[in-house]
Write a protein that binds this ligand. Structure first.
Ligand SMILES: [Zn+2]
Length: 366
């Protein structure tokens, strides 16, 4: 068989709409930069041994190519566009075709899996703790916005409020309060009244979010504190999104490439705890996915150093980890549990994240 025929056959069998049980909900966890070697180091730091993360025990796994349409080493914009639309694009571009030119020319707009979800009556949500502009960071904005430049946070936020298709994410919890608000104001808009007009409760702290009545299903929490409680954010989002009997899709993004070993690995452990807390009670009807936008040059290396791999020493992870603060090109884990995740296997493309979700719901994408 030709390589093309093998791919077609794989696509047909793995991604056929009716072949597997259907999940009502999908939660996609993104560990930014959390490649295979980062998960390994996080497990050793957290538990003193490999393979101990909750997500490392998901039954279905693939390795996903992350290259962009033009670059071997991707950024979050191109990678998230691939998950959101099923098409690879170039770095810096958000859910548009690869002939877009960053900050100069739009490409073709591809509809995102959130926009399909909204058309089909499901709820959608995003969470991000990216340090500067999490709410409009490319990794989450690829699901609700289209732009030729990932840095246009004011424009991106206004697209959250005024989506091209559908009614925008129902729940949005993310950092970037100062930067995003300033960018929106500079464009002559005001978040408070405009969010209210679009049916959102709008707050700026997790404490305020937790005080909003549990029946309120449209909320924007635009935060200052990047170290907000990630598990609590996921819990809040799922609690509100679950009110929709048709189901929901949630994308929860944690920045796991901070330039510092300890905080990077803590972020992975926190994301993993959040996945465990929400995965266990919802396992019968929810497909829980994990992937990374790209890998990161963080790994345990050096034969002699591995001798410190004892439970009592595992907190001293800094001494056995090598960290170069760079994105890397190799494939990343694409992991899944719950109904519909049976489609995950082998070497895949980051665009298959889109296909796995679309096939679960039986939606035909373009
Ligand atoms: Zn990234």
């Amino acid at each position: 068989m030709t390589k093309f025929a093998v791919r077609l056959l794989l696509a047909f069998t793995l991604l056929a709409p009716t072949a597997f049980p259907q999940a009502k909900n999908v939660i996609l966890f993104i560990g930014d930069g959390a490649g295979v070697s980062s998960l390994n180091a996080a497990s050793i730091m957290g538990y003193g041994e490999p393979r101990s993360l909750y997500i490392q025990n998901f039954p279905h796994l693939a390795l996903a190519d992350t290259s962009s349409a033009k670059e071997w080493v991707t950024d979050g914009a191109a990678s998230a566009s691939a998950w959101a639309t099923g098409h690879k694009t170039r770095n810096g571009v958000v859910s548009m075709s690869a002939d877009a030119v960053r900050d100069q020319r739009d490409g073709e707009i591809y509809k995102t899996v959130f926009e399909y979800a909204q058309e089909n009556g499901l709820s959608t949500g995003v969470i991000s703790n990216e340090d500067r502009t999490g709410m409009t960071d490319a990794v989450v904005s690829a699901f609700y916005a289209h732009t030729n430049n990932r840095s246009k946070s004011g424009d991106i936020f206004l697209q959250l409020l005024n989506s091209k298709y559908g009614h925008g994410p129902d729940v949005a919890i993310g950092t970037g309060h100062k930067v995003v608000e300033a960018a929106v104001e500079a464009a002559g808009h005001h978040i408070g009244p405009e969010a209210k007009a679009r049916g959102y409760a709008y707050v700026n702290t997790m404490a305020e979010l937790s005080r909003i009545d549990s029946g309120t299903t449209r909320v924007i929490a635009l935060l200052d504190d990047e170290n907000f409680d990630f598990s609590e954010a996921v819990r809040q989002a799922v609690m509100r999104l679950s009110k929709n009997p048709k189901g929901f899709i949630l994308v929860a993004h944690s920045d796991c490439h901070t330039g510092k070993t300890r905080t990077t690995l803590d972020r992975i452990l926190n994301l993993d705890s959040a996945a465990r807390a929400v995965g266990e009670p919802n396992r019968s009807n929810t497909m829980v996915l994990f992937t990374a936008d790209h890998a990161y040059d963080l790994r345990i290396k050096g034969e002699s150093l591995v001798e410190t791999n004892k439970a009592s020493d595992h907190k001293k992870i800094g001494s056995i980890v090598s960290l170069e603060d760079e994105h890397t090109a190799e494939e990343v884990p694409f992991l899944g549990m719950g109904p519909g995740s049976e489609r995950i296997g082998g070497y895949m493309s980051n665009t298959d994240v889109f296909r796995v979700i679309m096939a679960n719901f039986g939606w035909a994408g373009k």
